[in-house]
Design a protein around this ligand. Structure first.
Ligand SMILES: [Zn+2]
Length: 566
């Protein structure tokens, strides 16, 4: 099976599908003797590295300079033409791999994913998925175009966010009502889009032989290590442990603010500081403390971060022409990560960099695995790496190592821990709601859907007075793009957050050992099951109230200590 691949992805970035197709065709048709299967698999993996990295380079080039039409065109060619075509060939090659009967330690999860994808694939679902894509575009078109007028100036909904922290309560209320009103005005259109999505998704499931979309989604998302019943248990556990803790946080907040009732526009104002914390004011002031923080945490992680800086694998500061947002991606062929973000000098930038660095450390660790499919982990493991990192760095965030004065570091950590509890309650809402949508038989009824959301919200989100604000509360789920665009993709964050809290708990006892186990878990890549990855980190998947109660108690205790100045 003589076969020559390109020398490097750099020669492929300008490629069209016609340049790449011959490599896939050759792998699909090559005569492969029994003794050559291993070489065939390695060649295929190497091709995927090259193709993936070339497309990633095109994405990076575009997102750091969206004003260059050639870069835009190249990125679009990769995302809309080359990657979808490559995916079709990947399915064919996966079938071939399974036909070879190829097995290797550490490849079992990938083989199971391949087998499942092939089993649930239905030709008649292809046009249904296209229709769903069109509906996603329709949703994005409406929500992406929403703007409001604020003191005579047009603003997007996210641009109202800073006003939710304003000291003036009437300003906060105005910002809250204005943001919700934009969604309320489109309620009927958004409901109509979702009605169609609901029908099409149930049809996808039935075509593939499943009773409903929830049952279909577990194999489709390669969730083999937990079930819909586990998720229902997660909801119950959040209701019993997290929701009361959030209610206590809200009571504390109400008393500190001196209010009779806490309204939705009172939940984001900072309690412990009135001055805006500015963690850094130039790029060096952002990157240098990060180097020291990771050095302090673990010398090898420090080296990896310094290497990213030295090799220009960080593009961090906000600049004219950059795409919004932030991400960490992998250059699969070289085996190095790349972090992109838009830092402007606020505490959130520190959180984002630390979070994305957790993903980057995962990429470094997993690259030692020989085959590309042994490195691509699911979100439950990926977010364990990033969310744990957010907690592991907390002892190092104060100066002289980090960014903050000691009291600022305490305030930042209280906010981080409060956010964790509030997010867990929100995650339970979003997941329980989707379970109701796809299994109650009434998910296609817009009025029943909104009523179910209000019930579920009342179950998980306590301590805030929403009376008279039912339309605003309903608007919250219309705003949750995952429900429209990535159904059932959300609980992964909850699972990973509970894993991260366990790693943090261990780090409070033995910081060095906790990081050692964290790195061991990351190095497994995708070679084993999710419970085994968590076990390597010294933690477990938590869906039960007893396990959750311990972690919630720890978070509340730490918040109390930090508030007391410890
Ligand atoms: Zn992440």
């Amino acid at each position: 099976m003589p076969f020559t691949l390109p020398d490097s992805p750099d020669t492929l970035t300008a490629a069209t599908w016609a340049d790449i197709a011959p490599y896939y065709e050759a792998l699909a048709t090559a005569e492969v003797e029994p003794g050559e299967v291993d070489a065939w698999v390695r060649t295929w993996s190497r091709l995927e590295e090259l193709v993936e990295e070339a497309g990633t380079l095109a994405l990076i080039a575009y997102t750091i300079d969206t004003t260059d039409p050639a870069k835009e065109e190249a990125n679009l060619r990769w995302s809309s033409e080359i990657f979808p075509k490559a995916l079709e060939w990947q399915v064919r090659l996966a079938k071939r791999l399974l036909d070879f009967g190829y097995a290797q330690p550490g490849l079992e999860p990938a083989l199971r994913n391949f087998r499942t994808d092939i089993e649930i694939f239905r030709e008649e679902n292809v046009p249904v998925f296209s229709k769903l894509e069109e509906l996603v575009s329709a949703y994005q078109k409406i929500t992406g175009g929403l703007d409001v007028e604020w003191d005579g100036v047009k603003k997007t909904i996210p641009q109202l966010q800073p006003y939710m922290k304003d000291r003036d309560r009437s300003v906060r209320e105005r910002a809250f009502r204005l943001g919700a009103a934009a969604y309320i005005a489109h309620r009927d259109e958004l409901s109509a889009i979702f009605d169609q999505m609901y029908e099409l998704r149930q049809q996808v499931a039935r075509n593939a032989g499943f009773s409903d979309y929830q049952t279909y989604v577990f194999p489709a998302k390669h969730r083999f290590d937990y079930t819909p019943a586990d998720c229902a248990s997660f909801h119950d556990a959040v209701e019993r442990t997290v929701a009361p803790a959030v209610e206590r946080l809200m009571t504390y907040r109400r008393e500190r603010l001196g209010l009779d009732t806490l309204r939705p526009w009172d939940t984001q104002i900072e309690l412990d500081t009135t001055r805006p914390v500015k963690p850094f004011d130039n790029l060096a002031g952002f990157v240098e403390p990060a180097k020291r923080i990771f050095d302090a945490l673990d010398p090898e992680l420090g080296r990896q971060f310094r290497r990213m800086d030295a090799e220009k694998l960080l593009d961090l500061e906000s600049r004219q022409g950059k795409a919004p947002g932030g991400y960490c991606t992998t250059l699969s062929w070289r085996g190095v990560p790349f972090i992109f973000m838009n830092a402007v000098g606020v505490p959130d930038d520190v959180n984002t960099l630390v979070h994305e660095s957790g993903h980057a450390f995962h990429d470094f660790a997993a690259h030692a695995q020989p085959l590309i499919w042994q490195r691509h982990v699911g979100h439950e493991a990926a977010e364990l790496a990033s969310m744990s990192m957010e907690l592991l760095v907390t002892p190092h965030l104060a100066k002289p190592t980090g960014y903050y004065q000691p009291d600022e570091a305490r305030v930042a950590q209280v906010e981080q821990l409060e956010d964790i509890l509030v997010s867990l309650a929100h995650i339970a809402s979003v997941d329980a709601f989707q379970r109701w949508i796809y299994t109650s038989g009434q998910g296609g009824n817009a009025a029943a859907r909104d009523a179910a959301w209000l019930d579920i919200r009342a179950r998980f989100e306590r301590g805030v007075d929403w009376s008279g604000l039912e339309p605003e509360r309903i608007a919250r789920w219309h705003r949750q793009l995952h429900i429209f665009e990535y159904p059932f993709y959300y609980i992964e964050y909850g699972i990973a957050q509970l894993g991260a809290l366990q790693i943090w708990r261990e780090s409070l006892r033995d910081p060095v050992a906790a990081v050692v186990r964290y790195r061991e878990a990351l190095a497994l890549g995708a070679t084993t099951t999710l419970p085994a990855i968590y076990q390597a980190a010294g933690v477990r998947l938590v869906f039960d109230a007893a396990g959750m109660a311990e972690l919630v108690a720890l978070v509340e205790q730490r918040i109390a200590e930090l508030r007391a100045g410890a």
